[in-house]
Design a protein around this ligand. Sequence first.
Ligand code: FES
Length: 573
Amino acid sequence: MTSYGDEAFSLFLRKAFIKAAGYSDDALDRPIVGIVDTASDYNPCHGNAAALVEAARRGVMLSGALPMVFPTISIHESFAHPTSMVLRNLMAIDTEEMVRAQPMDAVVVIGGCDKTLPAQIMGAVSAGLPTVVVPVGPMVVGHHKGEMLGACTDCRRLWAGHRAGAIDETEIELVNGRLAPSVGTCMVMGTASTMAIVTEILGLALPFAASIPAPHAERVRSAEASGRIAAAIAVAGAPVPAALVTPAALRNAMVALQAIGGSTNGIIHLAAIAGRAGHALDLVEFDRIGRDVPVLVDLKPSGEHYMEHFHHAGGVPRLLGELVDFLDLSVPVVEGGTLAGRVMKTAEMHEQQIIRPIDRPLKSQGAIAVLYGNLCPRGAVIKHSAASPALMRHTGRAVVFETVADMAQRIDDPDLDVTADDVLVLRNAGPRGAPGMPEAGYIPIPKKLAAQGVKDMVRISDARMSGTAFGTIVLHVSPESAVGGPLALVRDGDPVNLDVEMRRLELLVDDAELAQRAAATRPTVERPARGYARLYHDHVLQADQGCDFDFLVARPASSSPEDAEGSASAIDI
Ligand code: FES
């Protein structure tokens, strides 16, 4: 607490100020639950935040505690320059520091748009106060010409149709107003839905909190219930988030990521959350899980449906019921008890098509594979559940774009030397290079090929991709080119081999030639002159470590600051 030297005087002073807001001594003597408000005119996904804050406040008061609402920054995916990923760590710092700075016994964090839940959970784990997470919930679906539409898998599909000349100017404008028909987060299995489900499976949010549509009354009741739980854990002083984010719980989350056809961004965020709790996310284990755990959830972009359908099918509790053989159900959850208590019973399961039974999966393997090879010594990922089967094993000539700007400038050039069999390579789009790994990994099909009907090509980058996108797209190549990763060495015309079954990504150029190129290559990224951009540049970790800042990752208690510095520079290549 803020101190003025004399403890009793400090309390006297703090009380004097808070009484300016009209609080009684009885109110101030109650357990205090902070409620994080992330409403912002720039964040339409959080358009229901005010109602959820009010409901959580009600839940806290009905339980005899005192709610105190306070703001943190809010990040919307489309209104955060240069990328929302750059700002995720800033929001995590804001959340952690404001939870720690102000008097409270527990906290409710309300978020949802892509980077916000990861940021809030990272901050909450580090702050170490009992926490309940309330996702804002997914949008309901849109409709157009008898077809259901969802942000933003259908945005890409329909825009691609417009680029190819199949949808005219008037219709694409009409579609534009129907893709996001309500407040809430993108209702496909994008990053927001993925992270909401991961949050629920980690036990940080209440059952069904991931999937109740944002505009539904049930969502408001869930926020009220979360307020009640927050009041209870404020009194108990437990569980703190790190007690829930255990290795076993993280493994459960990896199982879920594979089974839901989750966003590739999810693996970065999960690595960052794990790091805050002092654990390393094992990408090899994640890949191994993907060989055993099939995709069960039939949502776009891997499947056909949307989050409201997932909810009506039974949501996460039903998914848990299908995945029991792969999960550790003994992990604790925020309301007390274990994950086992949240599993939907067979008798409660009705007939539906969205959450497939384990013996009738949507895809026989999990959604995401982790690749290694001389192009990605520390790994790369591909969401093969949303890729073209014909391209799972492919060798093609590299067509290299130096930067995102270079790609934007040349991709549609009629003179670009490119065929459908080539491999599009984008570099300098990683955590430090771009910065913040823009979602540019979804390299568009060159216009002249799209007009010929080419729908997919192998694409490789150190960037990210929206969880709502699809295609044979290799992402998160680590280490990134801007810090000297091998992606920097690829030249136009080099043969590149992708073999998803073997989990390999290779540049078919001999080692001596690559060594020569490496000796002649210098990282080109400029160090920003000042401010948060400079902090980010100097401290961001690579994708396989979650792109957190090196100084925010939890260290073993015995580490001295010098040890921490040494290990940070050792892992941050
Ligand atoms: Fe907010 Fe998609 S833009 S979740």
